[in-house]
Design a protein around this ligand. Structure first.
Ligand SMILES: [Zn+2]
Length: 421
């Protein structure tokens, strides 16, 4: 078993140790790894993310002028038998018995301590205020949120605000956070917020003075003030109840900074104050809805007028008047609207319409109940050019491959000629 130096203090960032075991790269695990006699590196567990850092081989190159070999520790994990594996970005692990000096990335560790202790405070606040127990904890990597799942179907926004206020109050009081070890029997008498499943005789307890006591193997700050601040974010339904997102410390500052930048940019676009952005967005939504409606009405009127004008000229056939038109500046939905207007005019009519705009398409339509078969006609003209489409007797829609140089006017002339005969 690896001796875990972080159990006694989260402030140990530098330590000396010896390689006890090695894992050489294999097809299943491409990175080499070492197990040390003792380590301050925290492995991913209990919802907390692992540490990263460096292992420096001590005295490995004493004879030469080369700098000591530094190996990057990119991942740290628990083994089933109590060891801690350090995965290295190196071609091969140092030999068993090699003396190494370990250095943990201090900022990453500090961030994890803030998030993790913040979680203890927050979970305790939800118990104290609303008797909502935490059933799971997830710590996102540095750019992401952390979350707890509360065993409750819902959490109101008032409860979120109250829990956030209470948690930050505990932060500002700068209460000592202590580590103690007790037997399981003692722990059962202490009334812990969370008692782990019965597998160990000795339990490591984290106590936030006069506020929270729980069993935990993670890394924590030594006084609640070091959490900095706790900001609650969104809530959502989770399998086990309700998920509450939160960020603490420097992460809270980064998130607030990012949100402020985004909101400032939006406010500048609207030439307004930050707090007026929602109202401006709402107004802008309403405006665009109105404009969309006005545009639709205008297009409808335009299609109607164009249809009436088109119906004036063409000679009638036994199937009705045939209007053939290729639009190069209108999309297929306008072409469809135009076809509808043509075929709904009093005169029995056929509309053979196409749009060359991307994606190019064709609409064949006739006044309902007409004598031609639009679906069959469309298939007939599209088949030789590799187009696809179909529909009913009265209405059919199809397309030709985008970018193909198919002459749509010629296709419409062919279709018209077919009906005319
Ligand atoms: Zn903890």
């Amino acid at each position: 078993m690896t001796k875990r130096l972080y159990y006694d203090s989260s402030e140990i960032h530098e330590f000396d140790s010896v390689v006890e075991n090695t894992v050489t790269p294999s097809p299943g695990q491409s990175r080499p790894a070492v197990i040390l006699r003792e380590t301050a590196f925290y492995p991913a567990s209990g919802g907390q993310v692992h540490d990263t850092g460096w292992l420096t081989v001590v005295g490995g190159n004493s004879g030469g002028n080369r700098a000591p070999e530094r190996l990057r520790v990119s991942e740290v994990a628990d083994t089933e038998d109590g060891g801690i594996v350090h995965y290295l970005e190196a071609p091969a692990p140092p030999l068993v018995g090699t003396a190494v000096h370990g250095s943990i990335d201090p900022e990453r560790r500090r961030d994890h301590m803030q998030q993790h202790t913040g979680q203890h405070v927050l979970s305790a606040a939800f118990i104290e205020l609303y008797q909502m127990p935490t059933v799971s904890f997830h710590m996102g990597t540095s750019e992401a949120y952390c979350s707890i799942d509360l065993a409750t179907p819902t959490v109101t926004s008032e409860q979120i605000v109250a829990a956030e206020k209470r948690a930050n109050h505990i932060v500002f009081e700068n209460r000592p956070v202590r580590i103690r070890y007790v037997s399981r029997a003692e722990a059962e008498k202490l009334g812990l917020r969370k008692l782990p499943p019965a597998e160990r005789d000795e339990l490591r307890l984290i106590e936030i003075a006069d506020f929270d006591l729980s069993a935990c193997g993670g890394t924590h700050v030594s006084a609640s003030g070091q959490i900095g601040s706790i900001i609650l974010r969104k809530t959502e339904k989770a399998r086990q109840g309700t998920r509450v997102e939160f960020v603490c410390g420097n992460r809270a500052v980064r998130v607030a900074r990012r949100d402020f930048s985004a909101l400032s940019e939006a406010a500048a676009l609207f030439s307004t104050q930050l707090w007026d952005v929602p109202e401006q967005v709402r107004r802008s939504f309403d405006d665009s809805k109105l404009l969309r409606k006005q545009r639709e009405d205008a297009l409808d009127q335009l299609a109607e007028l164009m249809a009436l004008a088109a119906l004036r000229d063409p000679p009638g056939t036994k199937a009705g008047k045939i209007v053939a038109r290729v639009f190069s500046d209108r999309d297929i939905s306008f072409a469809k609207l135009f076809a509808q207007k043509v075929t709904r005019a009093a005169t029995p009519a056929i509309a053979l319409v196409a749009s060359t705009m991307d994606p190019p398409g064709l609409i064949f339509a006739q006044t309902p109940g007409g004598s031609a078969d639009m679906g069959a006609l469309l298939k007939q003209v599209l088949a030789p050019v590799g187009g696809r489409g179909g529909g009913s007797r009265d209405f059919a829609q199809g397309g030709v491959p985008a970018g193909s140089n198919i002459n749509l006017e010629r296709l419409l002339r062919e279709a018209a000629a077919t009906i005319g005969t």
